[in-house]
Design a binder for this molecule. Sequence first.
Ligand SMILES: Cc1ncc(COP(=O)(O)OP(=O)(O)O)c(N)n1
Ligand SMILES: Cc1ncsc1CCOP(=O)(O)O
Ligand SMILES: [Mg+2]
Length: 204
Amino acid sequence: MELQFITHFTEKYSYYDSARMALEGGCRWIQLRMKDASPEEVEQEALRVQALCRTYHATFIIDDHVELVKKLHADGVHLGKHDMPVAEARRLLGNGFIIGGTANTFDDVKMHYEAGADYIGCGPFRFTTTKKNLSPILGLEGYRRIVSQMKEAGINLPIVAIGGITREDIPAILQTGVTGVALSGTILRADNPTEETRRILAIK
Ligand SMILES: Cc1ncc(COP(=O)(O)OP(=O)(O)O)c(N)n1
Ligand SMILES: Cc1ncsc1CCOP(=O)(O)O
Ligand SMILES: [Mg+2]
């Protein structure tokens, strides 16, 4: 199972500390997501989290900021509906960077696939307060439908489920055929985020 940890602002932990706890728990894919932060703040934190990811040999993705990904030589970028289109990011970054795209429907998946995305963040699984202006909830049935439409169309792209997912949800989500999960709140709300990450990664 692939696990992506996505940072989120909390009163309790800095972005850096939350990434560190996920890495200590064994996660090897961190996405730095800093909504409402200035470009300067994102760059400053990105430099620190990138260095940390390097010491753990972990993949380091930045949410939204394509130019920063290029400047810092991060591993990649995640882009949604209101961000730079995937095809344009691909032109800017070339093939040496990972580009992820957000999907809520099979048509979104197809569009990102044709534009050259490397993986899809697909959600939301259920309601979450981590993101504003959520797309319609997919639930297990939504993932089953999208995975089956992808098979029918011969589209082979990693699908990462996202949005309101807790440890208890993961076995059933993986049963739908998705590749992995992206988590934020359930790890950050745990008494011990490092231990929670370990427990999640132990799920078969
Ligand atoms: C893995 C993953 N999937 C989806 C998203 C959401 O991206 P986006 O739709 O651009 O929304 P914001 O995260 O920018 O609020 C994601 N970040 N990561
Ligand atoms: C970035 C994003 N995109 C859809 S839901 C979401 C947030 C996921 O965070 P959480 O695991 O806290 O619900
Ligand atoms: Mg975005």
